[in-house]
Design a protein around this ligand. Structure first.
Ligand SMILES: *Cc1c(COP(=O)(O)O)cnc(C)c1O
Length: 388
């Protein structure tokens, strides 16, 4: 359709890399599910790993007071937020970039560093924005299968790095599997990288992890590690997904480059105020981390009771093989629960469930149990009628 149109109207033809670019496959929202399934009750969304508890109390208060200032453009570089983050991480202010979401920063990094034909190495399955951003730039995605436990296989990724490799992603904990790379694996990998390869360590779920072997690459002091870009976001534990704000700690040269290609006033005044107010509450972070861990433990135990085998996850989500993931996700939607089938991420046999509130976790487990039960009845019925 698009192609016919653009042959007639050449002005409408996008550049070559964009013509076949798939759209980001987003988690479905409650309104779409009500429309498509006719489900009338409360729809529970566990499809996009948003923090279960919403904004921090201090951020809620800041949001109320900012509303009168919105006729003025915000600080274009989010200076107060980036300075607070620099203090928090013990780096210089010119080593922090704040963007209008983690995804926006991934787009800026791709725009800044990828030439047509460059290669981008990442794990598979993983966050599919890495692949889409490579394709958007006309670069070549090079997916490397994860280890069986759902963690990035860094030695295999090192072997996949060639003369055209420009960016390499390490997602830890990995979305959607939840596995971590260890401190020793990460340092060995970074130290052995060819000079032209820029590593991007995506730690969208950093604050949820309490594992003793989880490295904080911002603080790894080897000079090599400091050449990495470390991506974080306010969308997950900070509960600000709807405001779109994320940041990266990166070498000053990378920060300066990305600042030049950011949109003017990229991060809204509202998002900056809420993010700034969210910092400096270590007890609230610790409480949320513990709450998430309890929810994740309950979620995984419930899945195992139903005869399923979730992967060990360190994030606010769990990934579990179910067979035909799209069918299972569709059946759960008809019961008012939205989860994410992982086709777009490269695994059509698994679903990913976000750790919601305790009530949401129970509602999901009830819906899944009911679905498995009715499936069982249906297939038993089919066998009986066939036998007859
Ligand atoms: C959620 C997420 C991000 C960033 O999300 P934004 O909402 O765009 O800040 C980045 N990487 C991974 C792996 C994520 O899961």
């Amino acid at each position: 359709m698009d192609n016919v149109l653009t042959e007639e109207h050449p002005a409408l033809a996008p550049r070559a890399a964009i013509r076949s670019l798939p759209a980001y496959s987003a988690g479905r929202d409650a309104a779409a599910v009500r429309r498509d399934t006719g489900y009338q009750g409360l729809v529970i969304k566990l499809a996009s790993n948003e923090g279960a508890e919403g904004p921090f109390p201090a951020a809620r208060a800041a949001l109320e007071s900012v509303s009168t200032a919105v006729q003025r453009y915000p600080d274009s570089y989010s200076t107060p937020v980036s300075e607070a983050l620099a203090r928090f991480h013990g780096v210089e202010p010119n080593e922090v970039i704040v963007g209008g979401s983690g995804c926006a920063l991934l787009a800026h990094l791709s725009s800044a560093y990828l030439e047509v034909g460059d290669e981008v190495v990442f794990g598979q399955p993983t966050f599919h924005v890495y692949r889409l951003e490579a394709l958007r730039m006309g670069a070549i995605p090079v997916p490397v299968p994860l280890k069986a436990d759902g963690t990035y296989n860094l030695p295999a990724m090192r072997r996949a790095i060639g003369p055209r490799t420009r960016l390499v992603y390490i997602c830890t904990p990995n979305n959607p599997t939840g596995g971590l790379v260890s401190r020793s694996e990460l340092t060995a990998f970074l130290e052995d990288l060819p000079a032209r390869v820029l590593p991007i360590i995506d730690e969208a779920y950093f604050e949820y992890v309490a594992h003793p072997d989880y490295p904080d690459p911002v603080r790894i002091s080897s000079p090599c590690a400091r050449q990495a870009v470390v991506l974080r976001t306010f969308s997950k534990i900070y509960g600000l997904a709807g405001l779109r704000i994320g940041y990266a700690v990166a070498p000053a040269a990378v920060v300066a480059t990305c600042r030049r290609i950011q949109n003017p006033y990229e991060v809204t005044r509202t998002a900056q105020a809420a993010a700034l107010a969210s910092l400096g509450h270590p007890n609230e972070l610790t409480r949320r981390r513990a709450q998430n861990e309890a929810g994740r433990t309950r979620l995984c135990a419930g899945l195992r009771t139903l005869g399923l085998e979730p992967l060990t996850s360190q994030g606010n989500f769990a990934c579990v093989p179910v067979g035909h993931a799209k069918a299972v996700a569709g059946a759960l939607e008809a019961r008012g629960v939205i989860v994410r089938p992982l086709d777009a991420m490269g695994d059509p046999t698994s679903i990913r469930i976000t750790v919601g509130t305790p009530e949401e976790v129970e509602a999901f487990l009830d819906a899944l149990a009911a679905e498995l039960n009715s499936e069982h009845t249906r297939s038993a019925g089919a066998t009986t009628s066939m036998a007859l």
